[in-house]
Write a protein that binds this ligand. Structure first.
Ligand SMILES: [Zn+2]
Length: 475
């Protein structure tokens, strides 16, 4: 890990890659466009999985697993769906040395295979709702890839639910979006905007799509999670109907929703600094690293004290004791900073004498001396403070880089000079949306839930508008 991380000010894109490669979060693989997630990166994913899995189960969802392969005929049943996904699909045509009768798509998402099964499982209103989640990999063939943000194969969770009414499906779609918001803000310390996607930005095959959108440190937007109300599109395509309480036969309503390993990229781009990634304490799989500082003369004394501190903390926190003798403390500091461990505890001879330790925060490097009598409470306090500070800092950054703009020339200039989120009026036409995208590379990220009713004129065509939407360049 001796290599240097390129500073953000020098080359932001290079910095991002360096943080991942030097911090051993992931590596390029021999397969173009695919990445290897290394243990430091996979630990972040495991932290995300544990928290989200708990939140899904708490709200009545259960996990299941469906095949990686999807028959071509399934993909073709929902017209918009196949049109949206076919260009980025990998297809298996040979199996066991023989040409397959029907080609198999490697799942880009699992709606079709899951709804083919729902047809078998749903007969009556008594079979509803079905609330499933799957932790899986998917493949979407990408021409231009970036570690964690856009790779040909990635890991995710995909929820798929079936309901008797539109209202229930809509409630589910919004419930999940709220879980994503809470997860992003309370655990990743990443402020997000919740809202609806425009028709041209929605999921292929959905009635409508909601998303959480976050601002990265370079002012670009990142879509961090999506929740779709699929209406009856998939039920109709797969002929899934049920007999309702009133005896009538009706089509089933569907939702689907997902977040992926892209969130690791979002985490780096939100909190990372020139020393590496910063993992918020509530997400970190290792919250604390203890580093003893000794000489040959006081070695035993220091190690004994360090053991005592380690045993005291490990009941409450996830702690690593780095007592490797072949590395100097300074080297260890760099290494643990690079992988983002929230709190470092240094223990030297004077600390042992005074029954205290030195706490060093990863985010701002603040040093806090703490006595070992109430060490656990003090550490908890520092971790809580750090969690809150990370969120507050990211929120402040977003607020400082959000602009209300009513004039198209200024719109273009701000996008060019500063980036960030731009709140502007939009008439609702796809034509304006696409022309703006073509001319500025900015897309409508969100029609935010907290949009205020406000009369205005479309930033491009000048037609009437009822409220502002959020434009930004996006990852
Ligand atoms: Zn317009």
């Amino acid at each position: 890990m001796a290599e240097r991380i390129t500073p953000r000010s020098e080359d932001y894109s290079r910095w991002y890659t360096d943080v991942i490669i030097q911090g051993r979060l992931a590596d390029y693989s021999p397969v173009k466009g695919c990445m290897v997630i290394r243990p430091n990166g996979y630990a972040i994913w495991e932290g995300m999985q544990q928290i989200l899995d708990g939140m899904f189960k708490e709200t009545g969802h259960v996990n299941a697993y469906f095949p990686l392969f999807i028959p071509e005929s399934f993909m073709k049943k929902e017209a918009e769906h196949v049109e949206g996904f076919a260009p980025e699909c990998a297809i298996v045509t040979i199996g066991g040395g023989e040409k397959l009768e029907e080609p198999l798509y490697i799942r880009p998402t699992s709606e079709t295979i899951i709804w083919s099964m729902f047809k078998k499982w749903i007969m009556s209103y008594r079979d509803l709702p079905i609330l499933l989640n799957q932790w899986a990999n998917v493949v979407r063939w990408e021409m231009r890839t970036r570690l964690f943000l856009r790779t040909t194969e990635f890991l995710w969770q995909e929820g798929h639910t079936a309901h008797a009414t539109f209202e229930e499906a809509e409630e589910e779609t919004l419930k999940i979006l709220e879980i994503y918001r809470k997860f992003a803000e309370d655990y990743l310390a990443m402020p997000v905007i919740t809202g609806r996607k425009t028709e041209s930005e929605k999921f292929a095959g959905a009635l409508h799509t909601y998303s959480i959108e976050a601002m990265m440190q370079d002012g670009k937007a990142l879509q961090a999670g999506t929740s779709h109300n699929l209406g009856q599109n998939f039920a109709k395509a797969f002929d899934v109907s049920f007999q309702d309480k009133d005896g009538q036969v009706k089509s089933v309503y569907a939702t689907s929703w997902g977040v992926s390993t892209r969130l690791i990229g979002a985490l780096i781009l939100t909190h990372g600094d020139d020393n590496g990634v910063i993992i918020p304490p509530k997400l970190a799989q290792t919250q604390i690293v203890i580093i003893p500082i000794w000489k040959e003369t006081n070695r035993n004394e220091i190690f004994e004290f360090t053991q005592k501190v380690y045993q005291q903390l490990r009941n409450q926190f996830s702690v690593k004791l780095d007592d490797r003798e072949q590395y100097k403390p300074g080297y260890k500091y760099n290494e643990w900073e690079m992988v983002g461990v929230p709190l470092r505890i240094e223990i030297g001879p004077r600390d042992v004498q005074n029954d205290q330790v030195m706490l060093v925060r990863r985010d701002n490097r603040e040093k806090i001396s703490a006595g070992i009598n109430n060490l656990n409470e003090e550490v908890q306090k520092v971790l809580d403070k750090m969690q809150n500070d990370l969120f507050a800092r990211a929120l402040k950054f977003r607020e400082e880089n959000t602009f209300r703009i009513d004039e198209y020339d200024e719109f273009k200039r701000v996008l060019e000079d500063k980036g960030g989120f731009i709140e502007s009026h939009w008439c609702g036409s796809e034509k304006c949306e696409l022309q703006i995208k073509e001319e500025t590379k900015a897309t409508i990220r969100s029609i935010p839930f907290d949009q205020k009713k406000e009369k205005g004129k479309c930033i491009l065509c000048g037609e009437d508008s009822e409220g502002r939407v959020i434009f930004a360049k996006a990852y």
